[in-house]
Design a protein around this ligand. Structure first.
Ligand SMILES: Nc1nc2c(ncn2[C@@H]2O[C@H](COP(=O)(O)OP(=O)(O)O)[C@@H](O)[C@H]2O)c(=O)[nH]1
Ligand SMILES: [Mg+2]
Length: 350
C-alpha cells in the first residue's frame, strides 16, 4: 500500500515522513519513498507469549512529496501522487519560524487550496475522457454506460464536491477505478500543532477546518511532529508519561496508522510461528483462502483449511499450547471471513 504525504512547503511533511519511516528525508525537491511499519501493540504481546525473536510488522510505503504551492507546481505534485492508494494532507498550525511563502498560519485555507487543486485535476481528466467517449459512442456499445457514470461524476464535481462523495454500485466503481481520479482517493488530514496548541486544543481556523472536514466526511488527526520527534527519542515509560501529560493516549504515528487502516477498510491478522510473529494486512471481508494468498500464492492454491484462534482467546490462554488443549482453535474453510486479530495457521498442500 502506498500513501502520499502532501501539503505546502514547511508544513512538517518531511518531519512526519521521518517519524513514520525512520528514514532521513531527501533534501531538495525530490519525492522520496520509504517503508513505515504499522504499530500494533498486539504484536508485542504475541511475541512475549510465543517467545520468538523475529517480529515482522505490517508496512505501508510512504511518499514524501515536494511541497505544493497553489498555482505553481500542480503538475509535478499531481504526477507524484497519481498512483498512491491514499493521501495524507499535512496542514500547518504551529507558528514558530514562519517562512515567507506563508501568508499567515491558515490550515483551513491550505487544505482548501489543495482540495481545489485536486478538484481541478479531476475536472480536466473528466473533460478529456468525456470528449473521447462521446466520439466513440457510435462504435463502442459500452461507451453509453461509461458516459453515464462520467456524467454522475460531472454533477458531483459541479457542486464542488470530491468524487469520494459519489456512491456507486460495484460495476460503476470498477469502471471508475481505471481513471485514477484524485478526489476519489481516500484522504486524511493531519494538522501539525505546537505544544501549546496541543494542550489548549486551539489553533487558527480550527472551526473552519473542522466544519469543512465534517462536511466532506474526512478524518482529522492532531499531531505535533516536533513533540513526536522528541517522544520518539525517549524510552517506553518516559514516552508514556509525556503523552499522558499532553492528554494523548498514543503517539500521533500510531493514531495516524490506525486511522489509515480504518479509513481504507483494512485490518490485520497474525501468523505466529516458532521463529516469527508476523502481521499481515488485508481488506475487511477477505475470505481465508485469499488471506492465505497474502503470504504465498502456493498457500492460496493448495489451501486445505485454516486453524484460527482469536487474539483475545490466545492471550487469555497464555500460550498456543494451552489454547489448543482448551480447544480454542477453530478449523475454518476457505470461505471463512477472517476477523481482525485472528491468529492463523494455514494448512495446505502443493
Ligand atoms: N514548532 C514546530 N516546528 C515544526 C513542527 N513540525 C515541523 N517543524 C519544523 O518546521 C520546519 C519544516 O518542517 P519539514 O518537515 O521540513 O516541512 P516540509 O517542507 O513540509 O517537509 C522544520 O524546521 C521543522 O523542524 C512542529 O510540530 N512544531
Ligand atoms: Mg520536506
Amino acid at each position: 500500500m502506498k500513501i502520499g504525504i502532501i501539503g505546502r512547503p514547511q508544513a512538517g511533511k518531511s518531519t512526519l515522513f521521518q517519524l513514520l519511516t525512520n528514514h532521513q528525508p531527501a533534501s531538495g525537491n525530490k519525492a522520496q519513498v520509504a517503508v513505515g511499519k504499522v504499530p500494533d501493540p498486539r504484536i508485542e504481546v504475541l511475541t512475549k507469549i510465543q517467545q520468538t525473536r523475529k517480529v515482522t510488522y505490517a508496512t505501508i510505503d510512504f511518499w514524501d512529496v515536494p511541497g505544493f504551492l497553489p498555482g505553481q507546481n500542480a503538475g509535478s505534485f499531481l504526477q507524484t501522487v497519481s498512483d498512491v492508494d491514499a493521501l495524507v494532507v499535512v496542514v500547518r498550525a504551529f507558528e514558530s519560524d514562519i517562512v515567507p511563502s506563508y501568508n499567515g498560519i491558515q490550515p483551513y485555507t491550505d487544505f482548501n487550496d489543495i482540495q481545489q487543486e485536486l478538484l481541478v485535476a479531476d475536472w480536466s481528466l473528466l473533460e478529456t475522457r468525456m470528449e473521447r467517449i462521446a466520439k466513440q459512442r457510435m462504435k463502442n456499445p459500452k461507451a453509453a454506460d461509461e458516459l453515464g457514470i462520467l456524467e454522475k461524476c460531472q454533477a458531483t464535481l459541479e457542486q464542488d464536491l470530491p468524487l469520494r462523495q459519489l456512491t456507486l454500485d460495484e460495476e460503476e466503481e470498477k469502471a471508475l477505478r481505471t481513471y485514477d481520479f484524485m478526489t476519489r482517493k481516500p484522504l486524511i488530514v493531519v494538522v501539525n500543532l505546537d505544544e501549546e496548541q496541543m494542550r489548549s486544543d486551539s489553533y487558527p481556523q480550527k472551526e473552519e477546518l473542522e466544519q469543512e472536514l465534517a462536511r466532506l466526511n474526512l478524518p482529522l488527526i492532531k499531531v505535533s511532529a516536533q513533540i513526536e520527534t522528541e517522544i520518539n527519542e525517549l524510552d517506553g515509560e518516559d514516552a508514556k508519561v509525556f503523552l499522558e501529560e499532553l492528554g494523548l493516549e498514543d503517539t500521533g504515528i500510531a493514531r495516524l496508522a490506525r486511522t489509515v487502516y480504518q479509513h481504507l477498510g483494512l485490518m490485520s491478522f497474525f501468523t505466529v510461528g516458532e521463529t516469527e510473529v508476523r502481521a499481515w494486512t488485508i481488506k475487511i471481508g477477505t475470505a481465508a483462502k485469499q488471506a492465505a494468498g497474502k503470504i504465498h500464492s502456493d498457500i492460496e492454491r493448495g489451501f486445505i483449511r485454516a486453524e484460527v484462534v482469536a487474539y483475545d482467546d490466545l492471550v487469555a490462554c497464555g500460550s498456543t499450547q494451552v489454547a489448543k488443549e482448551k480447544g480454542r482453535f477453530r478449523l475454518e474453510g476457505k470461505e471463512y471471513i477472517v476477523q481482525d486479530g485472528d491468529v492463523i495457521t494455514f494448512r495446505f498442500n502443493v
